[in-house]
Design a protein. Structure first.
Length: 173
């Protein structure tokens, strides 16, 4: 008949017979290091080291500086704060952490940076649905930069050639 023994350090239940009780208790005590790496440890280390590092959240100032240095058209550049954000989403739960607006030949563009990719994707989907359902001619241009965890949207009046330049810049920030 098998008996069950809890190994508190590993927080697992191990089934062992009375003859293997000694080996179970011995395995609960770490073996002295020999400098060799087990295959499991090597795989865990490789998985950890190959995972991309999380970039810091973008700030409005960083977005604006990048836009200014890009050479793109950017009239009326505005960095929003929690006091003047027209959407009342800046710094709030479920909202973005930074927002920058500017105009391209009279049409508005906006970048919103989030603390996670899901937030950026959800905002992009919301903007796509809202512009499609607004009854206006043409939808907004919308894109997500997953590495920056940001979304960009521009009015449909922006020329397609200008949007290509804007999106290329956005994917690099």
């Amino acid at each position: 008949m098998a008996t069950y023994r809890a190994v508190p350090l590993l927080l697992v239940l191990t089934a062992c017979s009375s003859s293997s009780a000694t080996s179970a208790s011995a395995s609960a005590t770490p073996a002295p290091s020999t400098g060799a790496t087990s295959p499991a440890t090597a795989a865990a280390t490789a998985a950890t080291s190959s995972a991309p590092e999380r970039r810091a959240d973008l700030t409005g100032e960083q977005i604006a500086a990048s836009l200014k240095s890009s050479g793109l058209k950017a009239d009326g550049l505005t960095i929003y704060t929690e006091d003047n954000d027209p959407n009342k989403l800046l710094g709030r739960p479920g909202g973005y952490g930074a927002k920058v607006n500017w105009k391209v030949e009279g049409d508005e563009c906006s970048v919103e940076a989030f603390s996670d990719v899901d937030g950026a994707k959800k905002r992009a989907e919301y903007i796509k649905k809202a512009s499609a359902g607004a009854g206006i001619v043409g939808e907004m241009y919308v894109a997500v930069n997953e590495s920056s965890r940001a979304t960009i949207h521009c009015d449909h009046g922006v020329k397609p050639s200008e949007w290509k330049k804007i999106e290329a810049w956005f994917q690099k920030i």
